[in-house]
Design a protein around this ligand. Sequence first.
Ligand code: NAD
Length: 486
Amino acid sequence: MVSRVIPVEPFDLVIFGGTGDLARRKILPALFRRFRGGQMPAGARIIGTARGGLDTVGYRSLVAEALHEFSGEGSGAEINAFLQRVSYVTVDAAGDTGWLKLREPIEEEQGPRVRLFYFSVRPRLFGGLAERIYRHGMARGARIVVEKPFGKDLDTARELNQMLAAYFYESQIYRIDHYLGKETVQNLMAIRFGNMLFEPLWNSQYVDHIQITVAETVDVAGREAYYDRAGAMRDMMQNHLMQLLCLIAMEPPAKFDSDAVRDEKLKVIRALDPVQPHHIVRGQFEGDAAAGLKSYRESVGNPRSATESYVALKAHISNWRWAGTPFYLRTGKRLVARSSVINVMFKDAPHSIFGEDAGRHANLLSIRLQPDEGITLKVTIKEPGQGGMRLVDVPLDMSFAEALGQEGSHPADAYERLIMDVIRGNQTLFMRGDEVEAAWAWTDPVIEGWTARGDVPKPYVSASTGPDDADLLMRRDGREWRGIRP
Ligand code: NAD
């Protein structure tokens, strides 16, 4: 199956923080891949900016290095052709250096073009950037891309939103959550709303419960100070897992348009019940001397840290569709495998005509986001052979890599898709300000609760599935987590 590549409009993309980790690892390789894919029109320009005193030649060699290190594709000629689109201006996000220079290429008469500013800098610089873009006459018609974290609680998220809203309309603001750019996440909507098969069963009458797992093998290396202030609840649950929950649980929007989709997601967040303290499990990974691995507290250099590197919780959505269906969400670092998966566990058939020996069997729809994006539906069939009527569960497996051939085996990186969506002016896969605030309004009391209780995270073994208490959370309900597999 070959996908069609439709070039986007000519654009000027200014990357603030163009020399930073995110720009080198994600943004520039994503742009290069779209360039190689033929999606970048002639005349598209990428302007890297940072505080450091580089020039265009120096920046191009930084970009070339980043592409070698993080993209690993493309010939020297292709990289060179791409670099011709790239230039550099020194700009101080917090001062006035460089702004007039930045305006020059943007002001050149080039015909209609899309203007984007990518804020790949620390959030405390966002306000200054927004104000300076506006003051230097570059805000009109422009789009700004804002990276997480969007605040650390409701108040700071509101402040951030207000700061941006002072200079830009909501329709100009693209808050990136790269989980939303994953192929499978969009497929989730295609599967739910493009097929008749699932939607009639997509409710508490037929779904026993839903599990959302985002497991990482990595620890907090390189982000120690930030992470120890944030923890898994702020870093992952409030945004990535919340977004997945919304897409799984939302009502069908009337059309696939950004506000219709985001309205429905917002309704899900607003319908979430407060989480009960005994429905939350927090954990911190232990060290493993034999494997040379530090504990969480050693990693962050804070022997008394009460920050969680793992959190699991049970959430309830109080609406007609989901009343009574629990959603179990968990995420953690240094776990046994890197795996993001949503499991929709259907109820048992109400009555087994095959008797007790046949066992109880329930359908499961498993949606894998990473690695190996794909979908598995477990159905019950008769066990082959002469052994009488015994039942067995078999997977109907659709790995996108297998089903879609070349295109499926290299699904576009989330950043590729999302940056192209910004250029196309499609906000569907970006978070609206009110969504972010609603997510914090649900998260804040959870964090305030455990802080007030003086709760200490439970230790868990490195490369495990998390603390035992998380299993208990399920077992108390007569359920269990699906395994975490690579
Ligand atoms: P980084 O520290 O590697 O890079 C920061 C960049 O900002 C550098 O290019 C630096 O020169 C520039 N900068 C700093 N102060 C400046 C100033 N006053 N004026 C102009 N430029 C200035 O950070 P990063 O990891 O690339 O992260 C950037 C943003 O993206 C942060 O908000 C971070 O939270 C977010 N983010 C990063 C990742 C990631 O994987 N790195 C993932 C998600 C979100």
